[in-house]
Design a protein around this ligand. Structure first.
Ligand code: AMP
Length: 282
């Protein structure tokens, strides 16, 4: 595996490759990330992963400084998973000057759900992903990037970005990888105490229950949905969680559903100081 930190070194490492396949990450890699790497591997002529903790997508009170950085272990895992090129820019490589030009996503999609509770999050995500895409794919005949469905809204926002900017890059979704009890793997799971880790699966259980109830009430949507959502939030809150949202949305634009729409349930909630998210297509 070739490890590069600067844009010129990345370009040199990819010079002989016309069709890179790319998996961007913030490191602290787990089996969810590695599944994306293995999925991406046959989709291009070079498998490129990046590790970059992107300050732009963190709010001032969030965990940018304490976000786990596990460089040696990450390198070993990527190498074992078949990564060809690891791009690990320092902050000054990617942002040599303050990033005053930004990619502003459609507020209809990006200011709801995660965007409502983390204002500016998707602007930070779109800006860094556009920049990473330029770094990896400039001058390439074809490109593929793989993103996890675990971050459902993020994948959707990035797909719209790629479509609206007519990027010659195919975005592929990777299924959410889970622990044996059903908890979605996440770098932030490491923040959980032992007791919190036992409890953490309740977010996915609450979403599955909400999904079942939404299906049962499908004929009565949308009138019923608000009541089901409120019950789901209250049930988690009663267990000591602080839910941001547990909600049923239609898949194609994440707006409240009408009868007959294909559905997805999405949730975000804090357990202690750890904020977890999850989702299921219904
Ligand atoms: P992150 O390092 O959290 O920015 O995530 C990097 C990529 O890994 C994103 O595309 C995430 O959606 C994806 N990812 C994170 N957790 C999982 C998981 N449990 N299963 C599949 N993909 C994941």
């Amino acid at each position: 595996m070739h490890i590069v930190h600067t844009l010129p070194d990345l370009r040199a490492a990819l010079a002989a490759h016309a069709r890179p396949a790319f998996v961007p990450t913030m490191g602290n890699l787990h089996d969810g990330h590695l599944a994306l790497v293995r999925q991406a591997k046959p989709l291009g002529d070079a498998m490129v992963a990046s590790i970059f903790v992107n300050r732009l997508q963190f709010l001032p009170h969030e965990d940018f400084d304490s976000y786990p950085r596990t460089w040696e272990a990450d390198c070993a895992k990527l190498q074992a998973a078949g990564c060809d090129v690891l791009f690990a820019p320092r902050e000054t490589d990617l942002y040599p000057e303050p990033q005053t030009f930004k990619v502003q996503p459609d507020p209809l999609l990006a200011d709801i759900l995660e965007g409502q509770f983390r204002p500016g999050f998707f602007t930070g995500v779109c800006t860094v992903v556009m920049k990473l895409f330029c770094a990896v794919f400039a001058g390439k005949a074809q490109g593929t990037a793989v993103f996890g469905q675990k971050d459902y809204q993020q994948l959707m926002v990035l797909r719209r970005m790629a479509q609206q900017f007519a990027l010659p890059i195919e975005l592929v979704a990777g299924p959410t990888q889970r622990a044996d009890d059903g908890l979605a793997l996440s770098s932030r799971n490491g923040y959980l105490s032992e007791t919190e880790r036992q409890e953490a699966v309740q977010l996915s259980l609450a979403l599955r229950a909400l999904a079942r109830e939404a299906v049962a009430a499908a004929h009565a949507l949308p009138g019923q949905v608000a009541a089901l959502e409120q019950r789901a939030r209250e049930a988690l809150a009663a267990r000591g969680w602080q839910p941001d949202y547990l909600t049923v949305r239609r898949r194609n634009d994440l707006q409240p559903p009408q009868a007959g729409d294909a559905l997805v349930v999405l949730g975000a909630a804090r357990l202690g100081t750890t904020r977890l998210i999850d989702n299921f297509e219904v």
